[in-house]
Design a protein around this ligand. Structure first.
Ligand code: ATP
Ligand code: MG
Length: 475
C-alpha cells in the first residue's frame, strides 16, 4: 500500500483534528471533498469553505463536532437535504452524508438515497472536484481518487467522472460550471465533454436564472473572462443566455468596406478592463458596451458602416437584459446603463480636447468619471502600435485636463452657485418657469466657460438673464 498518497499537510487546520475525533466517537468514516482539496492541490491558497462527506449521518457528525469545539458553534440543519453547516472562526464547514443520486428528466433535483463514498464521488461534477482526503484517524490525509483527478489537475483538464452526456443532461448547471472552472483555472474542457455540452445546450432552460447569473459573475470576475465567453459561444449556450452578444458576431463586407467583429472586440475589452479593475459591474459594462451595435448597424456608400445612436439603444437594452436574467434593477444596473450610454463620449472629445467639452463630460459622468475613463481606455483594441499609442496619449491629455478643470471649476459634484430661493427673492417672484430657465442658463454658462463657478459671477449673470426675461430686480 506504499503507493497510496497522503496529504496530511493539507489538513493542518485544527478543525480537521476535531472532525477526526468526532468521527471516531461516532464510529464513522469521513472525508474532506471537492473545492477544498482541489484548491489545496492547485496551491490556490486555503479555501474558507470545507465540504465534509460522512459515510453515515452528516448531521450527527456536525453536532458532535460542535460539542467538541471550545466555542460550540450553532449547527444549522437543512433536513430536506440531509446537510448541516457550522461556522467557526474564519471557516465554514458543510457536512453531508454520503449519497447516491438518480435524476428525472424535468428537474435538476435528484432522488437521493444513502450511499458509499464511491457512490458519492460518482455524483460529483468533475474528476478534479471528486478528490477526497480521509479525515478519520487511521488514514488521516490519505487521498481517494477513483477517476484520475490528480492526473487531470496536472494536465489541466475538466472531465466528468461518468458519461458526460448523462452528467450534463442530469444537471445542466454543470455545463456552466465546466466553463466557469475552465475560465477560473485556465483548464481545457475535454473534447467529449464539449460535445456533450453542445448536445445538451437546450437543457440550460431548466436552470434558474439566478444560478446562471452566479456562474456568469464568476466567469466575469476571473483573470481572463474571454475564455469563458468563447466557450459559451462555441457550445451554443450563449444564444440562450446572452443573445445580444451573439448578435455582435461576424464581419460584414459591402463594396470592399468591412467593420470589425464586435463580439471578439468586446471580449478583448473585457480582458483589458480586467487588468485594471475588479469591479464586477464595470466589467459588466465592458461586456455590454457595444450591444446596441447590432440593431443600429447600417451601410451607406458615403461613410461606410455606421452604428448611430448605439450607445442610447444599448443602454435601453441593458434594462431588458437585466430584467430577463432576473438581475436586480437597482443602482448597479443604472451604473451599467450610464457607462454604456456614455461609452463614446471621452473618445469623441479625445481628438480635440477643449475645456468646455471636459467640463461637460465631468458634469454628465459625475461620480463615475474614473470608471468611464477606465472603460474607454480598455476599449482601445487597435493592433496598430502607432494608433494604440496615440489613442492612449489622447486619453492622458483628457485626464490631465480633467484635473485642471476640476481644480478650478469643481464640476464633479456640481451645486448651483445661486439657489432658486435667491432668484425668487432678487426678482420678488413665486416659483415659476423662469427660475428653471435662469438656473439652466447659469449652469450652461459655467460649463461653456463664459463665467467661473462662483457665486458672485453667477449672481451678476442671473440679473442679466432675468432682465432679458422681463423681470425686474427688487431693491
Ligand atoms: P467554488 O466554491 O470555488 O465554487 P467548489 O468546487 O467548492 O468551488 P461548490 O459549489 O462549493 O464548488 O461545491 C462543492 C462540491 O460539490 C464540488 O467540488 C463538487 O464536488 C460538488 N458539486 C457542486 N455542485 C455540483 C453539481 N451541480 N453537480 C455535481 N457536483 C457538484
Ligand atoms: Mg465551495
Amino acid at each position: 500500500m506504499s503507493d497510496v498518497k497522503h496529504y496530511k499537510e493539507a489538513l493542518q487546520h485544527p478543525i480537521f483534528n476535531t472532525i477526526s475525533k468526532a468521527a471516531t466517537h461516532l464510529q464513522l468514516d469521513c472525508y474532506v471533498i471537492g473545492g477544498f482539496v482541489r484548491d489545496y492541490l492547485l496551491q490556490r491558497g486555503t479555501a474558507k469553505d470545507i465540504d465534509i462527506v460522512a459515510v453515515g449521518s452528516g448531521i450527527a457528525l456536525a453536532k458532535k463536532v460542535s460539542k467538541l469545539l471550545p466555542d460550540n458553534p450553532k449547527v444549522q440543519v437543512f433536513k430536506t437535504y440531509g446537510t448541516a453547516m457550522l461556522k467557526t472562526n474564519d471557516i465554514e464547514v458543510e457536512f453531508v452524508g454520503a449519497r447516491k443520486e438518480s435524476y428525472s428528466e424535468h428537474s435538476r433535483n435528484p432522488i437521493v438515497e444513502d450511499g458509499t463514498l464511491e457512490e458519492d464521488q460518482n455524483r460529483r461534477d468533475f474528476t478534479i472536484n471528486a478528490l477526497a482526503l480521509h479525515v478519520s484517524t487511521d488514514n488521516f490525509g490519505e487521498i481517494v481518487d477513483p477517476f484520475g483527478g490528480l492526473e487531470d489537475l496536472k494536465s489541466k483538464i475538466i472531465r466528468t467522472p461518468l458519461d458526460p452526456d448523462i452528467t450534463y443532461s442530469d444537471d445542466p448547471l454543470r455545463m456552466m460550471r465546466a466553463i466557469r472552472f475552465a475560465t477560473q483555472l485556465g483548464f481545457k474542457i475535454e473534447e467529449k465533454s464539449l460535445q456533450a455540452i453542445t448536445k445538451n445546450k437546450d437543457r440550460i432552460k431548466i436552470i434558474t436564472k439566478e444560478r446562471i447569473v452566479d456562474e456568469l459573475h464568476k466567469i466575469l470576475l476571473s483573470n481572463t473572462p474571454s475564455i469563458g465567453f468563447k466557450l459559451l459561444e462555441k457550445t451554443g449556450l450563449l444564444s440562450f443566455i446572452l443573445p445580444e452578444l451573439v448578435a455582435l458576431k461576424g464581419i460584414d463586407e459591402i463594396e470592399g468596406q468591412r467593420h470589425k467583429d464586435n463580439f471578439y472586440h468586446t471580449l478583448e475589452v473585457v480582458d483589458n478592463i480586467s487588468e485594471n479593475t475588479d469591479d464586477l459591474w464595470l466589467r459588466w459594462a465592458a461586456l455590454l458596451h457595444d450591444i446596441g451595435k447590432a440593431p443600429t448597424k447600417k451601410f451607406s456608400k458615403k461613410v461606410g458602416w455606421t452604428f448611430h445612436g448605439h450607445e442610447f439603444i444599448g443602454s435601453k437594452m441593458v434594462f431588458k437584459l437585466f430584467k430577463r436574467l432576473k438581475m436586480p434593477l437597482n443602482d448597479k444596473m443604472k451604473f451599467v446603463q450610464k457607462m454604456v450610454l456614455m461609452s463614446s463620449r471621452p473618445i469623441v472629445i479625445a481628438s480635440e480636447v477643449t475645456d468646455s467639452a471636459v467640463r461637460r463630460l465631468v458634469f454628465d459622468a459625475g461620480d463615475y468619471i474614473e470608471e468611464l475613463m477606465t472603460l474607454c481606455e480598455a476599449d482601445i483594441t487597435t493592433k496598430n502600435p502607432k494608433k494604440f499609442k496615440k489613442y492612449h496619449n489622447n486619453f492622458k491629455t483628457v485626464r490631465q485636463k480633467m484635473v485642471e478643470v476640476e481644480a478650478r471649476d469643481h464640476i464633479r459634484n456640481f451645486q448651483p452657485p445661486v439657489t432658486g430661493e435667491e432668484i425668487m427673492q432678487t426678482f420678488n417672484i413665486k416659483p415659476s418657469r423662469e427660475i428653471g430657465i435662469i438656473k439652466e442658463a447659469i449652469k450652461e454658462a459655467i460649463l461653456e466657460g463664459d463665467i467661473p463657478n462662483e457665486h458672485d459671477a453667477a449672481f451678476t449673470f442671473m440679473i442679466k438673464k432675468g432682465e432679458e426675461l422681463g423681470l425686474t430686480v427688487m431693491n
